[in-house]
Design a binder for this molecule. Structure first.
Ligand code: GLA
Length: 357
């Protein structure tokens, strides 16, 4: 039965390691963070959604149904509107019956910072709209795939499902090892004891997956697979990768080595060997900079600041070309000014009506 009001919160994420592996059916080890997006919804009798984005103080109206075949670029909608439109249409296409309502979108997650503000928006919208329609218990893997379709069809960024899965499956104190071939998710305790800290530091450079070379990297990986006659780089062998022309060989080398680093990081976390995790973060960054070529001078300066302050490891997070840099600090070091501590936090959830204003 539909409800009078419903609200949902979805967090952003930090990917500890395993970058640009999701759309290559590889492995990653993200965790949800405390900051995120909240969508508050109130039911109305009308067949439309009225949404207000609090941070930019804008609002718009969206029909509950859309002519079939319509995609994001054809509607001409951009920014937050493209996500709202995309979520409404994709939920409808997947067979969910939505009800009309008024939405308020707010939150405390920096946009364009590599912390998955757009995935948090999609996931919070889905959970709030489904809860308003009285639907609970929707399969979260399917929701992650649906949100990823919103990214590619409506926002133009051909991303994988890393961000959405991290937001949907976050657990306090846990990172999650995701296998993107089987969609198996294993919780891995992220024990930062005795004063170890994970921090993010802003490179000051905003990034957007739709307009950066992100889509180009994804196309390069598809081309590499075509040349190798395989469906995904997960199936590639080291010897085959060495025969690829450049830059495809470098891209594939990053993906294969990054999958190995995820496995090694899981093993290091299980042993409580955070120094080893630090070395793996550094190796991941070097590979993202030199093989995958998604770093920038501003990101390099930020990595240097963290390492200069004594970080055991530092690396770019997310799609690349700007955004935040992750640093891991052993006890006793002063974190640089502007760096913020991050903690593995609970995943997306419908908020208890008591907590709704
Ligand atoms: C962005 C995308 C994800 C993933 C990362 C890189 O965050 O949204 O799907 O590809 O980049 O690991």
């Amino acid at each position: 039965m539909s409800r009078k009001s419903a609200s949902a919160f979805a967090p952003g994420r930090v990917n500890l390691i395993g970058e640009h592996t999701d759309y290559n059916q590889g492995l990653a080890l993200p965790f949800a963070i405390a900051a995120g997006v909240t969508v508050r919804a109130k039911a109305t009798d009308e067949k439309r959604i009225l949404a207000r984005a609090l941070d930019c103080d804008e609002q718009d109206e969206f029909a509950l149904s859309e002519p079939t075949g319509m995609t994001g670029r054809r509607t001409g909608m951009t920014g937050w509107r493209a996500y709202v439109r995309g979520v409404i249409v994709e939920l409808g296409r997947a067979g969910h019956s939505l009800v009309g309502g008024e939405l308020e979108i707010g939150g405390n997650l920096q946009q364009g910072a590599g912390l998955s503000s757009s995935a948090a928006l999609e996931v919070a919208l889905c959970l709030a709209l489904l809860a308003l329609a009285g639907e609970t218990g929707t399969d979260r893997i399917e929701l992650a795939k649906l949100c990823s379709r919103v990214e590619s069809e409506w926002a133009g960024a051909h991303t994988g499902t890393l961000d959405q899965l991290a937001s949907l499956y976050g657990t306090s104190g846990m990172a999650m090892r995701i296998d993107f071939q089987t969609f198996e998710i294993e919780s891995v305790p992220l024990r930062l004891e005795d004063g170890w800290r994970l921090v993010t530091l802003d490179s000051g450079e905003r990034h957007e997956n739709a307009s950066s070379a992100y889509n180009q990297r994804r196309a390069e990986c598809s081309r590499a697979c075509e040349l190798l006659g395989i469906d995904s780089l997960r199936e590639a062998s080291w010897s085959a990768v060495e025969r690829l022309p450049q830059p495809l060989g470098r891209r594939a080398r990053h993906v294969l080595s990054e999958n190995e680093r995820v496995q090694e990081s899981v093993a290091a976390l299980k042993k409580g060997d955070l120094s080893a995790v630090g070395r793996l973060l550094n190796a991941s960054h070097a590979s993202l900079r030199d093989q995958y070529e998604v770093s920038t001078p501003a990101v390099e300066r930020t990595v240097e600041r963290l390492l200069g302050a004594g970080a055991a490891g530092a690396r770019i997070v997310g799609g690349g070309f700007g955004g935040q840099v992750l640093g891991l600090f052993a006890p006793g070091f002063h974190i640089p000014e502007g760096a913020r501590e991050v903690h593995a936090s609970p995943g997306a959830h419908v908020l208890d009506p008591q907590t709704i204003r």
